[in-house]
Structures are given as structure tokens and as C-alpha cells.
Design a protein around this ligand. Sequence first.
Ligand SMILES: [Fe+2]
Length: 143
Amino acid sequence: MPHIVFTAQMSTGIESIDADHRGLVDVINELTDNIESHAHAVRVENTLAALISYAHDHFHREEKLMLQCRYGGLRQHMDDHHQFSLQVYELQRRYVLEPQTVELVEVRDFLGAWLTHHILETDMAYVQAVLKRPSGKAERLRQ
Ligand SMILES: [Fe+2]
């Protein structure tokens, strides 16, 4: 099962956001490693908890940036984050309470596909808004 690779195409050019995205890619790759090594359930639970925590912090940082930039697509973008968070919470709940109902390979594929698509499509849309603003450069540096 291949690891997700953070490509140049996925770079927003905003240092803190790229660092977060790399971190999220790393956690999903950790889940792949868990699967391949048939890791103990506690280890998988820790990986899912790390993903939730990391995603929470990252979404907050991104939403703050979009608000600072008066980004018009903020509401929809927040909805996407919220929807994803609910899905991952539900996967975590099922993995802990009803593990027989969770296929980790499918979880990993869902997470990888969501993150890649979200970065390339949804995140890149606000990056343009940041760059278009006259003060965009200063705001990028403050993040
Ligand atoms: Fe986002």
C-alpha cells in the first residue's frame, strides 16, 4: 500500500499551512503503516486520535486565515471541514466500539482521497484569494 506523497502541486506557498498538510499526510501514512504491520488496536486508536487533533488545529488555523482575508468561500469551506470532522469522529467511534464494522484500508483510502482533493481543489481556492489581496503577502508572513 503506497504512502501518500506531498507533491509540489499540493503546496499552497503558505508555510504554516503546508507544514500542517505535511503533518496530516504523515498521520495518514502512519495509518498505512499500522495496517501493514497489523498494529495493535490501541496503536490504531492513537493514530486516529492524532489525526483528529491535528485536523482540528489545522482547520482552525486555516479558517482564521480565510477570515482575515475576508474570503467569500469561508462558509462552504467551514462546512467541508465540519463534515469531514464528523465523518472521522464517527469512524473513530466505530473503530473503538464496533471494530468489526470498520475496514481500515477503506478508512485510509477515504482519508487520503479526501485530503488530496481538499488541498488541490478547496484549499487552493482560498490561496488565490490570499494572494490577490494587496496585503496578502503580509498576511502570509504572519501565519
Ligand atoms: Fe481546508
